[in-house]
Design a protein around this ligand. Structure first.
Ligand code: ZN
Length: 354
């Protein structure tokens, strides 16, 4: 497969465009697209609009206008061939006279598949699988989890001290981390469709779970606030029940049931914010796809641990994670990780993908 330097630059830009709309497109994928004119100059770009709006390719074509004719479209996901709320992108590309399409990730669903074939049938040169791993690990990760496992992608976020405590012995837990880490949490929420806590956290901390102070274009995002409250303990005065964002109080019997309920509502990316008991239940069931740890350089020596009982009694059975990246946030440290999928041993569910 031959791909030009201009096309690789455009693919990196397309990934950025997709990342910019993460949290606003579900249940549709956050796709980015760039149009290159015949001479390789970028003449249009676009990202998926909120549901019901145009897909990335159509927005990029609209911006490019006549300059798209004979040119190339570089896109993070195979153009769709089905007529949903918008027309098929494959047809729009053909109508615009596009000569070549460079794709990162082949379409994984039957429903929207066939785009590449339709383009080839119309004489368009299609290259697929270009920097596919980078695109799959980026903005498309959550949507791909949904397409393959039929459940939302779960990001577990937790803030703790060096000794893994989320609260002091007296129960106090506010401001373990500093303002930079707290701002990062708001930016993280803005990329998610739903924010989930257990009733214990809702009772102990009374969080509002909204997106605030991101200082960016995502400050108006209102992810669904979800409280798992099987025993009806949440008081009517809880801040999570205010009108700042929609709220779901769920009595689902298990994390898997809760995720099924959320998936049915179009949720594709979930931020799991606590507490330790609920997080342990998700981890035991193999339902955590990413972990974001905000580590404060503080020691408490006693108090609640950041994760509840995982049913692990031997070091050989430890649940292991792989570090994706480490970032300083003011005086704190953010570590992004992915749990290593394994079978057998404690917490040893299969990888959850069918
Ligand atoms: Zn499309």
């Amino acid at each position: 497969m031959t791909v030009s330097p201009a096309e690789l630059t455009a693919m990196a830009r397309a990934r950025e465009l997709g990342a910019g709309v993460l949290g606003s497109t579900s249940p549709n994928p956050p796709v980015g697209a760039v149009v290159l004119a015949v001479d390789g100059t970028p003449v249009g770009e676009g990202a998926t609009a909120p549901p019901g709006g145009p897909h990335a390719e159509v927005r990029a074509l609209t911006q490019a206008g006549d300059r798209a004719r004979g040119g190339t479209v570089v896109v993070t996901l195979e153009p769709c061939a089905h007529t949903g709320r918008t027309g098929p992108c494959a047809d729009a590309l053909i109508a615009a006279g596009i000569a070549r399409v460079v794709v990162a990730v082949p379409e994984p669903t039957e429903l929207a598949g066939g785009g590449a074939q339709r383009l080839r049938d119309a004489g368009v040169d299609v290259v697929s699988g270009v920097e596919q791993a980078e695109a799959e690990d980026g903005a498309l990760a959550a949507w791909l989890t949904g397409a393959r496992a039929q459940r939302p992608h779960v990001v577990w976020k937790v803030a703790g001290t060096l000794d893994g405590r989320v609260a002091a012995a007296d129960g106090s837990s506010r401001w373990i981390t500093g303002p930079a880490a707290r701002a990062a949490v708001h930016r993280l929420r803005a990329t998610c469709d739903a924010v989930v806590v257990g009733s214990g956290t809702a009772l102990a901390d009374d969080p509002q779970l909204t997106v605030r102070d991101t200082g960016g274009p995502d400050a108006d995002r209102r992810p669904l606030r979800v409280v798992l409250d099987r025993r009806g303990r949440l008081p009517r005065t809880a801040r999570v029940l205010d009108d700042a964002a929609p709220t779901l109080v769920s009595a689902a019997a298990s994390p898997r049931d809760l995720l099924a309920e959320l998936f049915g509502r179009g949720v594709r990316r979930v931020l799991l914010e606590g507490g330790p008991t609920l997080a342990a239940a998700f981890l035991r069931d193999g339902l955590v796809d990413e972990a974001v740890l905000h580590l404060a350089p503080k020691l408490l020596g006693a108090g609640a641990s950041l994760i509840g009982d995982l049913g692990i009694t031997s070091i050989g059975d430890a649940l292991t994670l792989s570090v994706v990246d480490v970032t300083r946030l003011g005086g704190d440290v953010q570590i992004r990780m992915r749990p290593n999928r394994h079978t057998g041993g404690a917490g040893g569910s299969a990888d959850g993908r069918s």
